[in-house]
Design a protein around this ligand. Structure first.
Ligand code: NAD
Length: 463
């Protein structure tokens, strides 16, 4: 079914031949494949739900909102815009170039490798696939081995619905990834952590292969005193969702920690507690609205973050866990030490540190002093602070008064900067990510200037 590890040389050859045949350049082929993605969602939705629940304990509402529904929306958007995106664009020329015409022609890159992560295994595989199809490439997908049920369903549905001579799945872990990286691709699109990102980039450099790295980091949320009680209520709900409601905090753009003013912290903690209980009940351990931790290794890693004595003593809510069902309770910590692992490493789980500052404006310096995040959030109506955050901090995106939502907006590019990665996708940016814009210039013979041709003499300089 396209996942035989020792045989992928033949599969890559088949993809190369499919690309060289020119069929993936045809708009009809691109349309048929995007349409097939919509069909597989419709007809295999329950298999996908089941796999997401098995690997991550995602409730089907969460699975639809974050993955299945989002992918369907993106496929529809690409279908609706395909003609416009693929059309060549006229370019303006200076008078000195007369008589000429010029245009920008989009061409596919070739055979592309997509390596995806386990936290949104369906979404993070299909979002780049949609862009790569729209741009006319052939594709090899390597999903994450840490979400095995999803990896297996992806392999099956892609085999059953898409053109297998042009789109294939290779399942496996790091050793399969490394084997794949020994081959030459025309583009590598990687979603994962910075350590593996370096391995991918090093392998790509050998063939001068362009790379997009969708990495992670610590995404801060600056939470200001919000005077309106209505706005506060909505802000709290969005913070709780932005931390615990998307894959239990195992989300690259999930809120990692909060920055707030010292005097506001006690009120903030109380409000957050209240909304955690509203969202997940009095006993969140029993809630089916919090996803589970992906595996024992990550469970122990998160427990390890909490078990540092000074971190443990900073817990103001939650803190309990159940290893058997890989559940960690939504947990709030107040001012854990800044040099503890929970504040120096990406948390990627349902632990929410609150760091207090004398003045909310100090949050700008706090963020600037750390690696550039994938996303920065500001819960504030203070326009001066908003402007400073936009101008003086650097991140893949910045969103005010909400979290994570920017991921689903087709007209916004999604991607990191600095340590959170580079390259961008979603909507038209996905199409561009997997395309080369070729400059095409057509000259006429009507006018010609002799000074541009040798032999050189000073007279030609005076012209
Ligand atoms: P990871 O880097 O361990 O693995 C990512 C992928 O790389 C997996 O498919 C894995 O099998 C593969 N891989 C692992 N070792 C490899 C090797 N040596 N050679 C080739 N491939 C290899 O990351 P992860 O645990 O899957 O994901 C967690 C990280 O990903 C977090 O840092 C998170 O923030 C980030 N992330 C980023 C985004 C984004 O869109 N920017 C989305 C999800 C996750």
């Amino acid at each position: 079914m396209g996942s035989i590890v020792d045989n992928f040389e033949d599969e890559l050859q088949e993809l190369r031949e499919a690309f060289d045949s020119g069929k993936t350049r045809e708009l009809s082929w691109r349309r048929s494949q995007l349409q097939a993605i919509l069909s597989l969602i419709k007809e295999r939705e329950s298999d996908i739900f089941k796999a997401l629940n098995q690997d991550l304990g995602k409730h089907h509402v969460e699975a639809y909102r974050d993955e299945i529904g989002t992918v369907a929306k993106s496929a529809k958007y690409a279908l609706g815009n395909l003609k416009k995106w693929t059309a060549s664009k006229r370019a303006k020329l200076p008078l000195a170039a007369f008589p000429s015409t010029a245009k920008l022609v989009n061409e596919p890159l070739g055979v592309v490798l997509i390596i995806s992560s386990w936290n949104f295994p369906f979404g993070l595989s299909f979002e780049p696939i949609i862009g790569a199809i729209a741009a006319g490439n052939t594709i090899i997908l390597k999903p994450s081995e840490l979400a095995p049920a999803c990896s297996s369903v992806l392999t099956k549905i892609i085999h059953d619905y898409l053109d297998n001579s042009a789109i294939k799945v290779i399942e496996g872990g790091p050793s399969v990834g490394e084997k794949l990286l020994r081959h030459k691709f025309d583009k590598i699109f990687f979603t994962g952590g910075g350590r593996v990102g370096q391995i991918v980039m090093t392998a790509a450099a050998k063939n001068l292969t362009p790379v997009t790295l969708e990495l992670g980091g610590k995404c801060p949320a600056v939470v200001d005193l919000i005077s309106s009680s209505w706005d506060r209520k909505i802000a709290m709900k969005r913070i709780i969702w932005g931390k615990f409601g998307a894959c239990a905090g195992q989300a690259c753009i999930g809120i990692d920690y909060i920055l707030t003013q010292k005097k506001f912290a006690p009120i903030l903690v109380e409000m957050l507690k209240k909304y955690i209980m509203k969202s997940f009940g009095d006993n969140p351990m029993k809630s089916n609205s919090v996803a589970k931790i992906i595996n024992k290794k990550h469970f122990s890693r998160l427990k390890g973050l909490l078990d540092e004595p000074l971190v443990k003593s900073s817990i103001v809510f939650g803190g309990s866990s159940n290893e058997e069902n890989l559940f960690i309770e939504p947990t709030i910590l107040l001012d854990p030490p800044l040099d503890s692992a929970i504040m120096t490493e990406e948390i990627f789980g349902p632990l929410l540190p609150i760091i207090t500052l004398e003045r909310i404006e100090d949050s700008v310096e706090f963020i600037r002093a750390r690696p550039k995040p994938l996303a920065v959030y500001g819960f504030t109506n203070n326009e001066k602070l908003q402007k400073r955050m936009i101008r003086e901090t650097s991140s893949g995106s910045i969103t005010f008064n909400d979290a994570i939502i920017q991921y689903a907006v087709d007209t916004l590019p999604f991607g990191g900067v600095g340590g959170s990665g580079f390259g961008r996708y979603h909507g038209k940016y996905s199409f561009e990510n997997f395309s080369h814009q070729k400059a095409v210039m057509m000259r006429g013979y009507l006018i010609d200037f002799g000074f541009r041709y040798p032999p050189w003499n000073n007279k030609k300089l005076q012209l």
